[in-house]
Design a protein around this ligand. Structure first.
Ligand SMILES: [Zn+2]
Length: 353
């Protein structure tokens, strides 16, 4: 008994943040065989939790807590919002819990005004190699619909297929006005900024990602995910065109069949009712399943949302007809399908289909 207590104490000392945050009923749906778990998470001013930095020790604890959370969730590809900078992304993937992860891209948006949007970058981290990546600020030449930040994108080689991801974090709906009249105006301007972002987003994805080829390989799936800061189920956003703009461009809402109460990613707080602000949209032929909102917020005010994705079935072995594994040559970086029975069976296929 004493020994158990000592071990428990040692674990609690090693994981001070987790001990506090990990609930006893924590469960994670396993990822289906052959599937990849795609996640989107607004990290809330990561790693400090506020616009200003915090002592390094506190920030390191939050990074550790977030990394362990992503591991428990079996995350494979994560679209992140409100990251301070690329160095913070590197610190996150350097955590032992995220062994095998890399930073695929991190934006470097300028502040749209001197006092807002500081340290709110978007990023993608994953287990997969980057084929291409970048970010683009929204065209801000049309005030008052002059939206903050922009879009951040990456093309990944996911087990031999090219999948593209776009991350966005649209204008918040927080109001800084005093009078009711001013609040009303500000809410409309915020809505216009999100709608303008959505229009630029779908036009850019169509032009730059859909159907694009790299060395003869075509992008098979395009995902758009992030914090859209709007919830069509709520009266205040009923007339807003942000989400309809994305779906009208042919992007399926991966949470379309999830009941409203089960897809709310912002739990009720002191000033706001529960809302669905975080989305993953998809265009392509992959098989999608298990759209989920993570059960607790953990290190952020937003819950993580995720969906499991199965690409095309891997090819069969030309020699024995069995399944094949996707392999990357660690020296040259070339990719190849190799028979799962290797070396007993030496069947191989080129990945450039
Ligand atoms: Zn074989």
């Amino acid at each position: 008994m004493k020994r158990t207590a000592l071990v428990a104490l040692a674990v609690a000392a090693a994981l001070p943040v987790l001990a506090k945050e990990r609930p006893s009923d924590f469960t994670v749906t396993p990822t289906a065989p052959g599937a990849v778990k795609v996640c989107s998470w607004n990290m809330e001013w990561f790693p400090s939790g506020r616009p200003e930095p915090k002592p390094a020790k506190e920030e390191a604890e939050r990074i550790d807590s977030a990394a362990r959370f992503l591991k428990w969730q079996n995350a494979d590809i994560v679209l992140l919002q409100e990251m301070r900078d690329a160095a913070t992304c590197s610190n996150l993937v350097a955590n032992a819990a995220l062994a095998g992860f890399r930073v695929n891209v991190c934006s470097q948006f300028r502040r749209s005004t001197p006092w807002t949007d500081a340290n709110q970058q978007d990023a993608v981290i994953s287990r997969f190699p980057t084929v291409d990546a970048g970010f683009m600020e929204w065209n801000r030449r049309k005030p008052p619909a002059s939206p903050p930040r922009g879009l951040t994108w990456v093309v990944l080689d996911v087990n031999g297929e090219l999948w593209a991801f776009v991350v966005v974090h649209l204008k918040s709906n927080r109001l800084n006005a005093w009078t009711d009249e001013e609040k009303k105006t500000e809410a409309i301007v915020n809505r216009m900024k999100r709608e303008e972002s959505a229009l630029q987003l779908v036009a850019w994805a169509k032009e730059n990602l859909e159907g694009k080829t790299y060395a003869g390989r075509t992008i098979k799936n395009v995902f758009i995910g992030g914090d859209f800061n709007t919830d069509p189920a709520q009266k205040a956003y009923k007339k807003e065109k942000t989400i309809p703009t994305v779906t009208a461009a042919g992007y399926a809402d991966t949470f379309a069949n999830v009941p409203e109460a089960k897809r709310q990613s912002m739990p009720e707080s002191r000033h706001y009712s529960a809302a669905r602000f975080d989305y993953i949209f998809h265009k392509g032929a992959a098989e999608l399943s298990t759209p989920e909102v993570a059960p607790k917020q953990y290190t952020s005010d937003h819950c993580m949302v995720s969906v499991q994705v199965k690409g095309d079935a891997p090819p069969t072995c030309p020699n024995c007809g069995g399944i094949m594994d996707f392999r990357t040559n660690p020296k040259g970086g070339q990719t190849l399908w190799v028979c799962a029975k290797w070396p007993a069976c030496r069947g191989i296929r080129q990945t450039d289909k």
